[in-house]
Design a protein around this ligand. Structure first.
Ligand SMILES: NC(=O)CC[C@H](N)C(=O)O
Length: 359
């Protein structure tokens, strides 16, 4: 029998639905994602740690869950909210249904929610904390404060270095909660990859003799990692570097820029980004709540290379003299369009040129 469940928002508004998956009372920042597909990748993206994801697209789960598309072995999100969660998938690669996958992996979900009304509210008032509950006995005023023991990335970063063999350049991925497809994109370029904990020192990374460093995506406010700015700055001043999403924000912050929180973020597979050099527009995959403040880059050695077409926020930066750049969007895609996958190839070309020049 279907059991009712509720999403209580910090502003006192309550949304009703039915419990799906392994329902447990959960707190988190309530965010929405506009992707029509890619729910498996989204549920396994560590950047959603501690967030309740509202899926805008009304029907989620219709092509099931496969053995290929997980972006990690983690389910770091707090919970998922659907219009309709389909439990009878149809796809030749499907190994499981969304609902039984959620049960198996202890993901708390609510279905049958008026997600259109919920998303309209978040668009107006901004993302806010919410609590998924099985009963309305507790009031919204019982909200627990967002208790933090260290940065959010601590929950999702690897605990020790992991090596992946390859014949090409050696890329160290500083792991803030990296998506598997970042690593596989590097491996497709032939790279040898070492994924290291976010807390590795400059000396620990230098001892691996990288040809380039990639700062990954990850959850939380980038300012939680302020104590690591000096290491990030030194790494970018020593090795060709690419920052993706959180990694991009950290490169900017490490060089003196500032970040701020967007009202409701960019999460989806349909974010248009303009390359300011070529004037080309790319459709990109995105998942972030913070942005690098454009004007703050004036006091750094970085220039803006890409801009969001919808709200003109900074989407890409490049160092004026070093081979270092950052992108707010996801060139590795998954889920979402792969228009910008060439950026990983061009990073590897830069790494190769640099290795050639310095040998
Ligand atoms: N996907 C990411 O790397 C997200 C970056 C950061 N946590 C933000 O929300 O802005």
């Amino acid at each position: 029998m279907e059991e009712k469940g509720y999403l209580l928002l910090e502003n006192g508004v309550v949304f009703e639905g039915v419990q799906v998956g392994d329902f447990k009372d959960k707190d988190g920042e309530v965010v929405f994602n506009t992707s029509m597909t890619g729910y498996q990748e989204i549920l396994t993206d560590p950047s959603y740690a501690d967030q309740v994801i509202v899926f805008c697209y009304p029907l989620i789960g219709n092509y099931g869950i496969n053995d290929i598309d997980g972006e990690s072995n983690m389910h770091a999100l707090s919970g998922a909210v659907f219009g309709e969660a389909c439990d009878l998938p149809s796809h030749y690669q499907s190994q499981n249904s969304l609902v039984s996958y959620m049960k198996k992996h202890h993901i708390s979900g609510l279905a049958g929610v008026d997600t259109r009304a919920l998303v309209k509210l978040i668009r107006k008032e901004g993302t806010m904390r919410g609590r998924m509950v099985a009963s309305l006995q507790k009031k919204a005023s019982d909200y627990m404060p967002d208790q933090k023991n260290g940065p959010t990335v601590e929950k999702v970063s690897v605990k020790k270095a992991i090596h992946y063999e390859g014949s090409g350049p050696h890329i160290v991925v500083v792991d803030y909660g990296y998506k598997k497809s970042i690593r596989t994109s590097l491996q497709q370029e032939g790279c040898k990859v070492t994924v290291v904990p976010y807390s590795f020192t400059f000396e620990q990374i230098a001892s691996l003799k990288p040809d380039g460093v990639l700062f990954s995506n990850g959850p939380g406010n980038p300012e939680e990692l302020a104590s690591f700015y000096p290491v990030i700055k030194q790494l970018t001043e020593t090795y060709p570097s690419l920052g993706i999403c959180l990694g991009h924000q950290l490169i900017a912050l490490a060089h003196g820029a500032t970040t701020t929180k967007l009202l409701y973020g960019h999460r989806g597979g349909n974010h248009p980004v303009k390359d300011l050099v070529t004037n080309k527009i790319y459709m990109t995959s995105q998942n972030h709540g913070y942005e690098v403040m454009h004007h703050s880059l004036i006091r750094t050695p970085f220039m803006v290379t890409h801009e969001n077409v919808n709200d003109r926020t900074v989407e890409g930066i490049i160092h004026t003299s070093l081979p270092v750049c950052g992108v707010q969007f996801h060139p590795e895609a998954h889920a979402g369009p792969s228009d910008t996958s060439f950026m990983i190839e061009s990073f590897i070309s830069t790494v190769k040129e640099n290795a050639y020049a310095s040998s």
